[in-house]
Design a binder for this molecule. Structure first.
Ligand code: DMJ
Length: 469
């Protein structure tokens, strides 16, 4: 073997065993962001047309088998409702008109099915509310009110916390164990519903649930994971900021931003210091948030999930920019290791524990927030890379698909509704130069439904939401 070959072979072996950091990403020279915005639009439309062709009226498109899937025994039109605000921001007028007409003519929630309270709130109620804001069509608001009234029955528990399921037709409830996110992520959608209807009951119901769960934090200020809605007892006492907990924290701050409710801000202000003290771990210049026992603060494990990647966005939004930047570095590292982000990862052992990826938006979302908050072009550069990775690994001739493993990139026949609602929206918003879509104008729901700050008059909050100052 020639010396040069031996050196090459040796360095390959050394790199295989010794390289901790992934190789520096090659700048794929994707061109100016305005071209990328056009490309995101084109790809979104292509995927939407596939949904129309193979899954119209159903909850999900199956992008490999060219089929449709519903969450329950009957369709709830979830992709249609969830996708609307993205298609509208991208300027797809005809497609939006078609959805609006379909919702008015066909959507009927009087169905004898048990639905997941948390999921239908963020996707259906949130989607309908943003559709109303973008159309001012009163028939859409009627649908949202009808849905909100049905959903309120889920909160009919001894603690005021919502049951996991409620029946859309009968109002029956079931599932007394819920997690922190499922307990306290309602102030945003229910607050908007109160604002539009001038009926504070919706907001107060959601806020009571958030306050209730907040009141159950431990002596060191941490919250647990799973709770019994009938007794208010914590059943799983692991504390975390990501999956199982995420939008509880997110909505304390975003609810405050949209409605100016000082109580929400006070709760957020009290939640953050114990999180920083007990869950935050700095490692090789990267900030991670692990899991700790809510009572002792004892560190439990370093497992994080791809949902946790929303946290840099929330830290940035809430004026904790330095922490946000360090936390984002962790997720950027993890994405670039394989060119997509795995579902579960152990940051202490640098090991992937569950490798699947379902087109989730959180890493993209945080890069988008930080690019807007800092104006630092490195975030846009990272977003260009993520977009190219998504196209390289998840695109097929129908639309986009999940992968069973970020390592093997084996395709999975699934396209979640948040691909339309969030993933493509954040890419578009990151790349477009449309001034109407300026980041500072909006507060986004946890499902990325956009609400214009100027549409919510702070002087009306006391009357409409019963907020006291
Ligand atoms: C979305 O449905 C919402 O952002 C939710 O709060 C948690 N994450 C999923 C997408 O990953």
């Amino acid at each position: 073997m020639k010396t040069a070959n031996i050196i090459l072979l040796l360095s390959a072996i050394l790199c295989f065993y010794g390289c901790k950091e992934p190789k520096q990403k090659v700048d794929k020279n994707l061109g100016p962001t305005s071209n990328l915005a056009k490309d995101v639009k084109k790809e979104t439309l292509r995927s939407w047309q596939a949904y129309r062709k193979y899954a119209w009226g159903h909850d999900n498109l199956l992008p490999l088998s060219k089929n449709a899937k519903d969450w329950y025994e009957e369709p709830l039109y979830i992709s249609l409702i969830d996708a609307y605000s993205t298609l509208k921001l991208m300027g797809f007028t005809e497609e939006c008109k078609e959805i609006e007409e379909y919702v008015v003519a066909n959507v009927d929630f009087d169905k004898d099915i048990f639905v997941k309270t948390f999921e239908v709130n963020i996707r259906i109620l949130g989607g309908l509310l943003s559709m109303y804001e973008l159309t001012q069509n009163e028939a859409i608001l009627e649908r949202a009110i009808d849905f909100g009234d049905r959903m309120l029955q889920a909160f009919d528990s001894k603690t005021g916390l919502p049951y996991y399921y409620f029946n859309l037709k009968t109002g029956e409830t079931k599932g007394r164990v819920i997690n922190l996110a499922e307990a306290g992520s309602f102030v945003f959608e229910l607050g908007i519903l109160s604002y539009y209807t001038q009926n504070p009951e919706y907001y107060q119901t959601g806020k009571n649930a958030s306050k209730k769960v907040f009141s159950l934090r431990s002596n060191i200020g941490l919250l647990g994971r799973d709770i019994d809605v009938e007794t208010g007892e914590w059943l799983v006492k692991n504390s975390m900021v990501g999956a199982y907990a995420d939008s509880f924290f997110e909505y304390l701050y975003k609810g405050y931003l949209l409605f100016g409710d000082p109580e929400l801000k006070q709760m957020w202000d009290q939640c953050l210091p114990p999180i920083m003290e007990h869950l935050a771990i700095e490692q090789n210049g990267k900030l991670w948030f692990g899991k700790a026992d809510m009572n002792s603060g004892e560190f439990l494990n370093a497992k994080v999930t791809l949902w946790d990647a929303y946290f840099p966005a929330l830290l940035g939004l809430s004026d904790n920019l330095d922490k946000a930047k360090s936390a984002w570095k962790s997720w950027n590292y993890l994405w670039n290791k394989n060119g997509l982000v795995p579902r579960v990862y152990d940051f202490q052992n640098d090991t992937i524990l569950e490798a699947n990826y379902h087109l989730n938006p959180e890493v993209i979302e945080s890069a988008y927030y930080l690019s807007k908050l800092t104006q630092d072009p490195d975030y846009t550069k990272a977003l260009k890379g993520y977009y190219q990775d998504l196209k390289d690994n998840c695109r097929n001739n129908v639309a986009y698909h999940s992968v069973k493993s970020v390592i093997s990139k084996e395709a999975d026949d699934e396209l979640s509704t948040f691909f339309f609602a969030e993933t493509m929206k954040y890419f578009y918003l990151a790349f477009t130069d449309d001034e109407n879509l300026d980041f500072s104008n909006f507060v986004f729901s946890t499902e990325a439904h956009p609400f214009l700050k100027r549409n919510f008059n702070q002087d009306l909050m006391t009357e409409r939401l019963n907020i006291t100052y």
